[in-house]
Design a protein around this ligand. Structure first.
Ligand code: PHE
Length: 339
């Protein structure tokens, strides 16, 4: 029996054949089960030996099947190697590696620099309540930035907006933190405007807020100058011009010397040598009152603070000489692969 089984297994040419033999010998109603079932009909003296050889047969068939399967696999591999379209010396497919978006790279640098100056990095919702985006920031109901052509509203009642700036995070920070504190809040902002090389409906800002005792304009200018000098790794000239934002008083436009041409004048700074870097100023007392409303642990009248908000897209454009802001959200790999 054992020899026949072994011969048949050796002759089987595929897995199907092996499985048929396996069923025939090893299944419930199979040859070996039949042998074992006949044991009770034998003379008691013969039973032991018969049982042992039946079990030996079973093990031998199992081993032969395993050998048969291994032989089939080896045969398949040999056939594949022998087929002439297989060339093991060809180089493998090159693995494309992704890279970080330039906005992500610079945002991380910005976060690291401010963290090293003791700032905490905060996040805030992109779909924001009108209260945080406008009201609490002292922006009146008839302010032009609330117009439908500037703001994406999420509901008819105009209570929910796509945030138009990161400044609402100022209020959220005041609500949950206790002065003195320093925070930045990078994130996406949205404006419903005509798109061109310098305007996108979705762009990125970094908000900064410092609240404490005796915080002054000098702290603001030093902080921003120091930040830019570290980011560009060289002395960056800066200048303040008066600017108006309802949530700061006094308010400023903060310019930096063009990092692309070094102030000589180029296409990036449109020949002026200066680039508008951000809006900033001393936090308006009404904003402090709104942010710390109902807090008996905070004496608002003793506090001052400064705030700033700059465009991350613009910063990356100045740094690398990118001339179209639409590249950032455009998803063109030929652009992204350069970073
Ligand atoms: N939120 C202002 C803007 O989007 C920038 C700003 C932030 C100005 C903080 C002053 C203080 O233009």
């Amino acid at each position: 029996l054992q020899r026949t089984a072994a011969e048949r297994i050796a002759r089987a040419s595929d897995e199907e054949g092996l499985r048929a033999i396996e069923r025939e010998y090893l299944d419930k109603g199979g040859v070996i089960a039949g042998l074992l079932a006949s044991i009770p009909t034998l003379e008691p003296t013969e039973r032991r030996e018969f049982g042992q050889s039946a079990n030996g047969l079973k093990q031998a068939v199992q081993a032969a099947l395993a050998d048969g399967r291994a032989a089939l696999a080896a045969g398949r591999l040999a056939a594949e190697l022998a087929a002439d379209d297989f060339d093991p010396t060809l180089p493998g497919a090159r693995l494309e590696r992704g890279s970080l978006h330039p906005l992500t790279q610079v945002r991380r640098e910005v976060e690291d620099l401010f963290s090293s100056m003791g700032y905490q990095v905060l996040d805030g919702p992109e779909v924001e309540l009108d209260y945080y985006n406008f009201q609490a920031l002292n922006i009146p109901v008839d302010h032009p930035s609330r117009e439908e052509q500037d703001t994406f509203y999420c509901d008819r009642e105009h209570t929910l907006v796509m945030r138009t700036q990161t400044s609402p995070v100022q209020i959220r920070a005041m609500e949950r933190m206790t002065p003195p504190f320093r925070v930045i809040a990078p994130g996406r902002v949205f404006r419903n405007e005509q798109q061109d090389a310098t305007h996108e409906h979705t762009f990125h800002q970094v908000e900064g807020l410092v609240v404490g005792h005796g915080v002054q304009v000098g702290h603001l200018t030093w902080t921003l100058k120091n930040f830019l000098t570290q980011l560009f790794d060289r002395e960056v000239p800066v200048r303040l011009r008066p600017g108006f934002f309802p949530f700061v008083e006094p308010g400023f436009e903060f310019d930096m010397g063009c990092a692309f041409c070094g102030g000589k004048g180029c296409r990036v700074c449109k020949g002026s040598g200066w680039i508008e870097f951000c809006g900033c100023g001393m936090v308006h007392p009404r904003v402090l009152e709104a942010g710390f409303a109902g807090r008996d642990d905070v004496d608002v009248s003793a506090l001052t603070g400064f705030a700033f908000g700059f465009g991350l897209d613009r910063l990356v454009m100045t740094r690398y000489g990118v001339d179209d802001i639409r590249q950032f959200m455009g998803g063109d790999l030929r652009f992204l692969e350069q970073f």
